[in-house]
Design a protein around this ligand. Sequence first.
Ligand code: OGA
Ligand code: NI
Length: 206
Amino acid sequence: MYTDEQWIQWFDKLAEDDFVVVDDFLSDEQFSLIMKFFKQAEENDHLKKAGIGTSGEFQIESSVRGDFIYWLDESRDTQLAAFFEIVNDLISKLKRFCFLSLSGSEFHIAKYPEGSHYDRHLDQFNERSNRQITVLIYLNENWKKGDGGELVIYKEDQEIVVEPIAKRLLLFKSDLIEHEVLRTDVPRYSLTGWLLHQPASVGYLI
Ligand code: OGA
Ligand code: NI
């Protein structure tokens, strides 16, 4: 668990730059727990081709986004209790120190097979605009330059490249940060989530 001072330092950066990168955010223990879960999900064939927006658009999406995902469920995925503890800590600190009115979250694990990418986009879709903060945790041990799969953040005229190295956390403001996953030349693993500012169902009414 991190101290309030540490959280505040990260949130200050998030407030100022609209994103923050934290290296070695996960402990070795947390990392292996998540990887164990990931391997099991792969073995059990839980990962499915991801889509965007409504399911009707599914066909166009392969060229846009090539990852395979599995949505997590806090009450079902009890092996991930330690992970959800971190998420809940993150949410309560954001509420307390950034006065965000967060009322839920959604997380999935994601695997980008060799040769896949995700085109430049914003994480808020037209019919669903309640994603407030994007949370990314990278899980690629031994990632090296040339493996690809970097995340590019587009901010004003800057392009900030984030390498998807194991245990690294990236937080950004979902409504502001356009981003892209470059083509990966090796299988690329991550845990992705969104902190929501109202119940998801309300988003669909707007
Ligand atoms: C996403 C996304 C980025 C990443 O799932 O919306 O942009 O680095 N992922 O995996
Ligand atoms: Ni995204």
